[in-house]
Ligand binder design. Structure first.
Ligand SMILES: Nc1ncnc2c1ncn2[C@@H]1O[C@H](COP(=O)(O)OP(=O)(O)OP(=O)(O)O)[C@@H](O)[C@H]1O
Length: 250
């Protein structure tokens, strides 16, 4: 029991992360920390390096410099599968569901991949769909899901067996304002009820500012600002990054 508490207090830390693609630096010396039970936002203009950062944090992209650690573990040496087993889950911009399965099986497969029995995985999948308020989706074929349900199922799948950290890549893309508000409520519950540390990458800056305890702003591969909603909205550097320094007076 004491050990479980310790695990929940470990943070996911990127320290001095640099990623170069040939001569081009997508990230330069990025340092950030994701703590349990809190929502962190990662925003920035197009091409700022947000997806590259998620890929580094989830083992899909090896950093050229710096490192990512989970407690004392170097995340860079773990495969994407081992990372998930270590408690780091992500969603993708495209749903990536198994279209031949229904929703329950899509979730259960993840549980089996994590080493749980099929029965335990199905029980957890049903519990999770109930918790998210969408039990009616259980037997719906994944192939026929409306877009926003597909997004929700992607999140449910990432939440199987309560990961320590959840990284959400553009989860609100294509959602209406009402759907984005529902998503915001869900993200808050994931952090507060499950104790999961969330990193939210979004173009919808309003959504990020409304749910995040701490926001990082990337521009041209570097963190140019970080802090709570008040700090970000008051930041001249953030305004310049989004609108250009010349537009400041406008
Ligand atoms: N595999 C790659 N090879 C070369 N350049 C890449 C590669 N992946 C990303 N880049 C470049 O790195 C920069 C950062 O890309 P990234 O997709 O991380 O930005 P982003 O902030 O997620 O952008 P967006 O908001 O448009 O999704 C971009 O200039 C992109 O073209």
């Amino acid at each position: 029991m004491a050990q479980q508490t310790d695990i929940r207090q470990v943070s996911l830390d990127a320290s001095g992360v640099t990623v170069a693609f040939g001569g081009f630096r997508a990230l330069t010396d990025v340092t950030l920390s994701i703590t349990p039970g809190a929502v962190h936002g990662l925003i920035g203009p197009n091409g700022a390096g947000k997806t590259t950062m998620v890929n580094v944090l989830t083992g899909f992209q090896a950093p050229t410099g710096g490192q990512v650690t989970l407690g004392r573990r170097d995340v860079g040496v773990l495969s994407a599968h081992d990372l998930r087993r270590a408690g780091i889950a992500r969603t993708f911009q495209a749903g990536r569901l198994f279209t031949g399965f229904d929703v329950l099986d899509n979730l259960a497969v993840t549980g089996v991949g994590l080493g749980h029995s099929r029965h335990a995985s199905e029980v957890e999948a049903m519990r999770l769909l109930d918790w998210m308020g969408v039990p009616h989706l259980a037997e719906v074929p994944a192939a026929g899901l409306p877009y926003t349900d597909e997004r929700r199922v992607g999140i449910a799948r990432a939440l199987m067996f309560a990961p320590q950290f959840l990284l959400l890549d553009e989860p609100a893309a294509g959602m209406s304002e009402t759907e984005a508000a529902d998503l915001a409520a869900l993200i808050n519950r994931v952090a507060s009820d499950l104790g999961t540390g969330v990193l939210l990458i979004e173009h919808n800056v309003g959504l990020v500012l409304s749910v995040s305890d701490h926001v990082y702003v990337l521009d041209a591969g570097q963190i140019i600002e970080e802090g709570d909603r008040g700090v970000i909205t008051a930041s001249r550097a953030v305004r310049d990054a989004y609108f250009g320094a010349d537009q400041e007076a406008a």
